[in-house]
Design a protein around this ligand. Structure first.
Ligand code: BES
Ligand code: ZN
Length: 641
């Protein structure tokens, strides 16, 4: 094959017209090479780690706010398994100025030598494969690059978009496949590597990564990081801003902008206890420190499980700690996801279903069975809504998904999260916690720092729990859950709070009858008091509601003015649906201020149901778009186009 004479000079610029590589590589597509890494089965990466794999990253970058660019060098220690002539990385819009081989600590006297590379044609959703010419003995590949315009992972905030209003801010969001837009890498969750990084930032700012972190600013603006555990690329993360640190206990703490510190520390005061509870459930926390970074409100998710430093939206700071289960969730990923990782995005339920299960167990330990069951009930509602929306026979309702040719993010739905959760919950109910907990613990222990497929989990379940017990196998019905559509009939849903005078039953009755002639407002106030109860109450209201009924509820409960994002989402959805315009201004403010994708897209969608709504949506979006992360605005551009 024509991958250029070894080490020839003059690498073409990435921006030059792409060359389609017609590889005549004897790539063993469907068989595993003996003693080697199995062939990567990931439709969202161009990498072929079975041939040549990147095992350690040495990153040296500069963060340039003026040009909104990350630039520098990504040096990869590689293992050229097949002793072939190329290694393939993933790339999305990077400007690559040159690539060299060798040098950099590979032994004294070894000099870097420039090599050649080609870039494939751009593939929708994926970006391009970056093919670098190497020699059989190559151990080090140095890629000199800068991030492109519109890099999918990067959000550059101007001072006005931060809490402090004085300094700019940068943060990354790499999951699912956006790491390739800020670092050239083999961007598959099936490939793991360790990393060191040196990051230069403006002197008045602090840099943090998904690694061991500094706790305060230095005078040079140069920060060094080390991630000693092998991680997949989607866990590469960086944040740069005017950020302070405050400890919660000896191994946990909070990073936030100084003006947001006090309320953050108050809200997340339980984080140390959460780690203790998690360890008691499923074994030691293996990453060293556990800290949170509270981001500006444009952060596109509720939370992101970046190792050592979970990224958290400030919009869950309700002031009363009512939304902290998100912390339990991101923490749980330190086991399910970061320690044992889905091998491809088709196995995403292994990350999120397991994490939802673990999250609710931590919730239960800290806040009791009732709290956990309420969360579970919301999960059930979300699952039922997803199935209704997608159709019970839709292939995408299988746990083992297939998103080949589609965006990896299409799988980030409540099938992975909640069908995944209820699968585990159902097994738990069938075998009992005395068996299920050691089983889960041994799953984590025996696959620590590995990437695993759904098939590996099925094999493990058979070997370690079912052990040939045909009756048990039938009771669980693995195949129906994993390869079947919809929700199997043996699903175990919450029932305690649905008993005759259980909380759900009572609130449901109130929701069904609150506007009947004789209003017992005191019963209403008493039964519907906590944030969860209010959210549940809203979810059980029978449609349609009149404006008078909406106004009545608003007067009783102050829903429009709520600071709880879950209540806001639920209430604003109704307000849009029933034309309750009293909430318009609050909805607008919420959409402009808050960039949390899964909490704003449903509102845009609801508005789109009527022509006037669509008009409003477009007006609001015009103002809100500059505040959103690329992931968020790309999704909403698509929606409103
Ligand atoms: N890892 C996810 C966020 C994510 C998923 C980012 C897919 C990109 C692609 C994170 O752990 C998560 O699930 N966040 C949720 C939290 C919730 C389920 C408690 C969120 O952001 O709402
Ligand atoms: Zn998650």
């Amino acid at each position: 094959m024509k991958l250029l004479k070894k080490l020839s000079v003059l690498a073409p610029l990435l921006v030059a017209p792409a060359i389609i590589l017609l590889s005549c590589n004897p790539s063993p597509k469907d068989k595993t090479m003996s003693g080697a890494i199995p062939v990567l089965n990931d439709p969202h990466s161009f990498a072929k780690p079975e041939l040549a794999v990147a095992e350690h990253l040495d990153l040296d970058i500069k963060v340039d706010f003026e040009h909104q660019q990350v630039s520098g060098r990504a040096s990869w220690k590689i293992s050229n398994k097949a002793k072939g002539k190329e290694i393939i990385f993933d790339n999305s819009g990077l400007n690559i100025s040159k690539i060299t081989l060798g040098g950099r600590g590979e032994g004294s006297g070894s000099e870097e030598q420039e090599t050649t590379f080609t870039v494939d044609k751009d593939v929708k959703y994926l970006g391009t494969g970056l093919h670098v010419a190497i020699a059989p003995a190559t151990k080090q590949v140095n890629i000199y690059y800068s991030s492109g315009k519109d890099a999918g992972a990067l959000q550059w905030l101007n001072p006005q978009q931060t809490a402090g209003k004085k300094h700019p801010y940068l943060f990354t969001q790499s999951e699912s496949i956006a790491a390739r837009s800020w670092i050239p890498c083999q961007d598959s969750p099936g490939i793991r590597f360790t990393y060191n990084a040196k990051v230069s930032v403006p002197k008045e700012l602090l840099a943090l990564m998904s690694a061991e972190n500094p706790q305060k600013k230095n005078t040079t603006g140069v920060y060094e990081f080390k991630q000693v555990h092998p991680i997949p690329s989607y866990l590469l993360a960086l944040a740069v801003g005017d950020i302070a640190f405050k400890a919660v206990d000896s191994r946990t703490g909070v990073y936030a902008e100084p003006s947001a510190m006090n309320k953050s520390i108050y809200e997340f005061a339980d984080m140390g206890k959460m780690v203790d509870a998690a360890e008691k459930l499923y074994g030691p926390y293996r990453w060293g420190r556990y800290d949170l970074l509270i981001l500006p409100p444009s952060f596109p998710f509720g939370g992101m499980e970046n190792p050592n430093l979970n990224f958290i939206t400030p919009t869950i700071i309700a002031g009363d700690r009512s939304l902290v289960s998100i912390i339990c969730h991101e923490l749980a990923h330190s086991w399910s996801g970061n320690l044992v990782t889905n091998a491809s995005w088709n196995d995403f339920w292994l990350n999120e279903g397991f994490t939802n299960y673990f999250e609710r167990r931590i919730d239960e330990t800290l806040y009791g069975k009732e709290e956990a069951e309420i969360q579970e009930e919301f999960g059930k509602q979300a699952l039922e809504a997803a199935i209704k929306d997608m159709g019970a026979d839709n292939k995408d309702t299988r746990l083992k998904a297939d998103f080949t040719g589609r965006s990896a993010d299409e799988g980030t739905n409540d099938i992975a999260y909640e069908k995944g959760y209820f699968f585990l919950r159902t097994i738990e109910a069938i075998v009992g916690r005395a068996k299920f907990d050691p089983f889960l613990r041994s799953w984590f222990d025996s696959h620590a720092f590995q990437s695993v497929s759904t098939e590996q989990f099925v094999a493990f379940l058979n070997e370690s729990l079912i052990k040939g017990d045909a009756a048990l196998e039938k009771k669980i019905g693995i195949k129906d859950w994993i390869y079947g559509t919809g929700v199997p009939a043996n699903v175990v849903y919450p029932k305690n709070l649905w008993s005759k005078d259980g909380k759900f039953t009572k609130i449901e009755a109130l929701a069904a009858g609150f506007y009947k002639n004789k209003l017992d407002t005191s019963a209403l106030k008493q039964e519907v008091a906590t944030s969860n109860e209010k959210r549940f109450f809203i979810s059980r209201l029978k449609s349609p509601l009149s404006l008078a009924q909406m106004a009545f509820l608003d007067k009783e409960f102050k829903f429009t003015a709520s600071n709880n994002t879950d209540i806001q989402l639920a209430w604003y959805t109704l307000a849009i649906k029933y034309g309750y315009t009293t909430a318009d201004q609050r909805i607008k403010d919420y959409l402009i201020e808050n960039g949390r994708m899964w909490h704003i897209i449903p509102l845009y969608k609801e508005m789109m149901n009527t022509p006037e709504g669509l008009k409003k949506a477009k007006e609001i979006y015009k103002e809100a778009r500059p505040n959103y992360h690329p992931m968020t605005y790309k999704a909403i551009d698509e929606l409103l186009k």
